[in-house]
Ligand binder design. Structure first.
Ligand code: DHB
Ligand code: FE
Length: 280
């Protein structure tokens, strides 16, 4: 049977990817951040998942305002990095796992009535590639297969925090019912507080972020009741991305062990947060 080895939540700020790609991780601006994520790299090197489900949002890259799936899952054999305007990032093409991807689709759609958009042909943007770089550095191949799972947080109305948590619970049921002995990890990406536009551009709310980090471990159900208005007010317009962390949290047991927690401000205009959780 497949086994969920744990969950990792991380912001996916594109400048973190650029710092890695351009060899700047030891520079004074970036070193504290890369020192702070090191235990997460050690955790995943030890856990050695065969497949990582990366929950992220597409930033008008593969999808756009012409088509905005609320939830979309990549079931193809590979996913190349998207060209977001300055050439694709120099990172490996993600290898998919079509068999596991289709099992997830079947279980989510038929057993749990989550009607995901099924995507065969898909590129992945910084929302997916930056967390992979954070976890694995700069290998010539990613050391695991990747299932990209997109959540719409760009176009109103985004799904609720509660819906994201329940999607995570349904993903867990799908993992638990997969007959092959594979090890699976799940990443929830995006956040923490950030706003990239308008009068409040640059907004960072550290006390609010810290309370999310606390409750992700001890009281995720409280987070599922938070509405979009609170998130926009407290975490900024792009801070809404944090609801994707609840997909990861929903996949884990109610009792979890915090393996690593790290918070750092700022990463470009964004508050950076990281959590590594395992079932207790
Ligand atoms: C930025 C973009 C993001 O998608 C994000 O989540 C955080 C920061 C940026 O452009 O700085
Ligand atoms: Fe983002």
């Amino acid at each position: 049977m497949a086994e969920l080895v744990g969950g990792l939540a991380t912001s996916h700020v594109p400048s973190i990817g650029a710092a890695i790609d351009h060899g700047k991780t030891s520079e004074p601006y970036w070193k504290p951040l890369f020192d702070g994520i090191q235990p997460a790299r050690e955790w995943i090197a030890e856990a050695k998942p065969d497949v990582v489900i990366v929950v992220y949002n597409d930033h008008a890259s593969r999808f756009g305002l012409d088509v905005t799936p609320t939830f979309a899952i990549g079931v193809g054999a590979e996913f190349a990095p998207h060209d977001e305007g300055y050439g694709p990032r120099p990172v490996p093409v993600c290898r998919g796992n079509p068999e596991f991807g289709w099992h997830l689709v079947e279980s989510l759609v038929l057993n749990d009535e989550f009607d995901l958009t099924i995507v065969n042909d898909m590129t992945v943007d910084h929302g997916c590639t930056v967390p992979l770089s954070l976890a694995f550095g700069q290998p010539s191949e990613w050391p695991c297969q990747v299932i990209p799972l997109c959540v719409n947080v760009i176009q109103y109305p985004a799904p609720t925090a509660n819906r994201c948590f329940r999607l995570g619970q349904a993903i867990r049921r799908a993992i638990d019912s997969y007959p092959s002995d594979i090890k699976v990890a799940i990443f929830g990406t995006g956040g923490m507080s950030h706003q990239l536009q308008g009068e409040r551009a640059g907004l960072i709310n550290a006390p609010y972020d810290q309370s999310w980090l606390d409750r992700m471990v001890s009281d995720p159900l409280a987070l599922t009741r938070i509405g979009h208005t609170e998130l926009l007010r407290e975490a900024g317009s792009e801070g809404l991305e944090i609801i994707m962390w609840l997909v990861m949290r929903g996949a884990l047991d109610s009792n979890v062990r915090q393996v690593h927690r790290f918070y750092h401000v700022p990463a470009s205009n964004t508050a950076y947060g990281l959590l590594v959780l395992e079932n207790a």
